[in-house]
Design a protein around this ligand. Structure first.
Ligand SMILES: Nc1ncnc2c1ncn2[C@@H]1O[C@H](COP(=O)(O)OP(=O)(O)OP(=O)(O)O)[C@@H](O)[C@H]1O
Length: 423
């Protein structure tokens, strides 16, 4: 039985305005556990879910012969991680991340906090999807470990992996929950609800897409952490999809679509919160509304990612035509394969990716510079020179613009988030 309970909030000395400092009442939500929940889905929703599953699988299987799948998979994962940050766009992020990574590699402290957070998100996301396959049982500890990873490079690393011990809320005043949009369950409810959630995540009573949708919504409803609940919930989606074998290679950038459909996303999460009996019609209907939104977002993200992958493939084929004969497994051949996932490079990072000496890599870079595929972005001595692949960065921008358009077409439906201009 799920319900809202009205609880008192004591006045406090904190807060700028009188209203902030005043006491009052708030309505906390007590969700139902997931264990034993059985519900039917209408035929059209079942079809939507299988369409989404088919799209996710087609993203894994489409072949890009001369392109490193790992590089592209990393890019999609990066896109998904960037959606959790407030950096201005994927292509800007690519540049800033490359700089921050270079600083970290060189043992320096990168000053770019946002870039560091994204690196943390990417690492956590990588770890999350790895956990999906490596960990035998998914438990509350797995979730805490994942959250710790996510928060490691944030401004508040100390809250990573710590279940909240106070009441939190979403929206309204920062000082009290009386005007909040949503007040998750009180802290004493959280451990039991998390046990139940992770038990559900570890099982396979529902199909992967359904399981990912429900687990995400339940995590956001519990809101178990002081911060980073959105990130943990998004990572959980990918843990489930990977674990259930749906995304062995490519992570669909579903979070970016949910961010674009922010109103539908929040509406869906809100509908998921029912009142009344755990086997009642209201619960089933609310869940269906959310699952519908989630499946559609997943489908859209796969369609956009597929289009991106096709564009990358065509681009690399055109490069090869432009270059004439490229000896198989030469430094140049290897560099062409990895460039889509490495749009900003130095001689050293290029060498590390293709397993050749910096000198050999430098020769391949020179060929690509002559062909206009690479451009040099700074003036400096050999080892400090930074190169970019403008065409790849342009394709990032196009993908990002497409993902930020509610209908996936920036002419038909303008972007809803701040994104870079059309290349
Ligand atoms: N009305 C709502 N009901 C339930 N969940 C919500 C609601 N509004 C937002 N959320 C979820 O809460 C997340 C924000 O929570 P929190 O600030 O703890 O996470 P975060 O990872 O730090 O933030 P962000 O999502 O901005 O990266 C959102 O990303 C969304 O998933």
């Amino acid at each position: 039985m799920a319900f809202f309970e009205t609880l008192p909030w004591q006045p406090s000395f904190e807060g700028l305005s009188r209203k902030d400092r005043m006491g009052g009442v708030y309505r906390a939500y007590f969700p139902d556990a997931l264990a034993g929940w059985e519900f039917d889905l209408p035929a059209d929703l079942v079809a939507d879910i299988s369409d989404a599953e088919r799209e996710v699988l087609s993203l894994q299987s489409g072949g890009a012969l001369h392109v490193s799948l790992e590089g592209m998979a990393r890019f999609l994962l990066r896109a998904e991680s960037v959606s959790s940050s407030h950096i201005e766009g994927l292509s800007a992020a690519a540049r800033r991340l490359a700089r921050a990574e270079a600083a970290l590699d060189g043992g320096r402290d990168p000053s770019d906090q946002a870039a560091c957070e994204i690196l943390g998100n990417i690492r956590a996301m990588e770890r999350a999807v790895a956990l999906g396959t490596q960990t035998k049982r998914l438990t509350v500890d797995t979730l805490l470990e994942l959250h710790r990873e996510l928060m490691q490079r944030s401004v508040k690393p100390e809250i990573g992996g710590v279940v909240r011990s106070t009441q939190n809320w979403i929206g309204g005043s920062s000082y009290n929950p009386c005007t909040a949009e949503f007040v998750p369950p009180p802290p004493e409810e959280v451990p039991g609800l998390l046990e139940d959630l992770m038990h559900y995540v570890d099982g396979d009573t529902h199909s992967p897409v359904l399981q990912a949708a429900i687990a995400h919504a339940q995590l956001e409803t519990i809101h178990p952490f002081a911060d980073g609940n959105g990130r943990a919930g998004r990572a959980l989606i990918h843990v489930i999809l990977r674990r259930r074998g749906l995304t062995p290679q490519f992570v669909p950038p579903v979070s970016l679509v949910l961010a674009t459909w922010s109103r539908d996303y929040i509406d869906g999460l809100t509908r998921f919160r029912h009142g009344g009996p755990s086997d009642g019609a209201q619960r089933a209907q609310g869940a269906q509304a959310w699952i519908r939104t989630f499946s559609a977002a997943l489908r859209r993200s796969c369609q956009d990612a597929n289009a991106f992958r096709d564009e990358i493939t065509v681009m690399v084929e055109q490069w090869r035509e432009r270059l004439g004969s490229v000896r198989k497994d030469s430094g140049l051949d290897r560099l062409l394969r990895v460039l889509p996932g490495l749009p900003i490079l130095t001689r050293a990072t290029g060498a590390a990716h293709i397993g050749r000496t910096p000198r050999r890599t430098g020769d391949a870079i020179d060929t690509l510079l002559d062909a206009g595929i690479l451009v040099q972005r700074n003036v400096g001595r050999e080892r400090y020179r930074v190169f970019e692949v403008p065409e790849v960065l342009d394709l990032f921008t196009s993908l990002e613009r497409r993902l930020a358009s509610p209908e996936g077409d920036t002419f038909a439906s303008p972007v809803t988030r701040r994104v870079p201009d059309r290349p």
